[in-house]
Design a protein around this ligand. Structure first.
Ligand SMILES: [Zn+2]
Length: 306
């Protein structure tokens, strides 16, 4: 892609984000352009429910740098239609480059309102589908790591790979997940983990299983350093509205409520590289190669750029 040229030697692969999210839809082309210019050459864009799979598919067709992912996120399991699973299978089989995601388990403040047995049922079905189609799956897990390991041991192993996205689990659980084929993807949420704990955990992640992600428009790193802000959409008089209905302008939202720009993945990279005492360039190349290997399947190969 001509627009993928950039002056920096560093290249990054955003292993998990939501560029189809309606909160950033109007400015998405700008966000992609700015990210590519900064060296982010690939984006694994994750759908969350039947309502956005067509948007993710379109995005994959429009942008060669987008790897589409289709999945039913645990927060939306109660909204599924009777036909959801057939639809998911259709999207995946019609899109050979697509992975499964975002799927998972959530016992956090949001997820605990959603019946856990339903979450488990929907999660297992999607894991089994990923296995059958030999695609990787992007997994969300909040306060349910014990349940997650048990289910993965039951359904797995996963030779096509699994992405534990925004991994915040313990160091002790890393080897068990790695054995099943998991990759560990780190986002701005890692900045919320105690740094000694994060360091010990990062040290145990096998070097060929480490990834970085933005999780944009969520996952804004909790750091004081300068971060890129999602620009307002000038074409809409009200500007963008967040899912909570707050107007997205700097004057009315605190920095912590601001949306995350996907190019802030550079801040995540710096943070993880510092903890691993590894040069940024080395971690960028390592994670780019890991993601490229993971997202090359069914005889397809993600074309290397840069
Ligand atoms: Zn996500």
């Amino acid at each position: 892609m001509s627009g993928c040229s950039n002056s920096r030697a560093m290249r990054l692969f955003d292993a998990h984000c939501h560029l189809q999210d309606r909160r950033i839809a109007a400015v998405c082309p700008q966000l992609i352009r700015a990210s590519i210019d900064s060296g982010v050459l690939r984006f694994a864009v994750n759908g969350v429910s039947e309502k956005d799979w067509h948007l993710v598919k379109q995005m994959g067709e429009q942008y060669p740098c987008v790897v589409p992912n289709f999945g039913l996120h645990p927060w939306y399991v109660t909204e599924r239609t009777a036909n959801w699973f057939n639809m998911l299978r259709e999207f995946l089989t019609a899109t050979p480059t697509a992975a499964v995601g975002e799927i998972g388990l959530d016992k956090g403040s949001h997820g605990r309102n959603i019946e856990f047995s339903q979450q488990v049922e929907v999660f297992r079905q999607q894991l089994e589908l990923a296995k059958e189609l030999q695609r990787p799956a992007s997994v969300h897990c909040v306060r349910a790591f014990g349940d997650l390991l048990e289910i993965l041991q039951n359904v797995g192993p996963f030779p096509a790979g699994l992405i534990l996205h925004s991994y915040l689990g313990s160091a002790e659980m890393v080897p068990g997940f790695a054995k099943l084929g998991a990759y560990f993807s780190f986002s701005g949420y890692l900045t919320s983990m105690k740094s000694t704990k994060a360091k010990n955990m990062l040290k145990l992640v096998p070097k060929d299983r480490i990834l970085v992600e933005s999780d944009a428009p969520d996952g804004l790193p909790n750091l004081t350093e300068s971060l890129l802000v999602v620009p307002l959409d000038d074409s809409s008089p009200q500007g963008l509205q967040s899912q909570h209905g707050d107007p997205l302008c700097e004057a009315s939202v605190s920095p912590k409520e601001e949306l995350n720009h996907p190019a802030n993945i550079h801040t995540v990279l710096n943070y993880v590289a510092t903890m691993l005492q590894m040069p940024n360039e080395e971690l960028a190349e390592l994670t780019y190669r890991n993601a490229t290997r993971l997202f090359s399947y069914n005889g397809l190969e993600v074309v290397e750029e840069g």
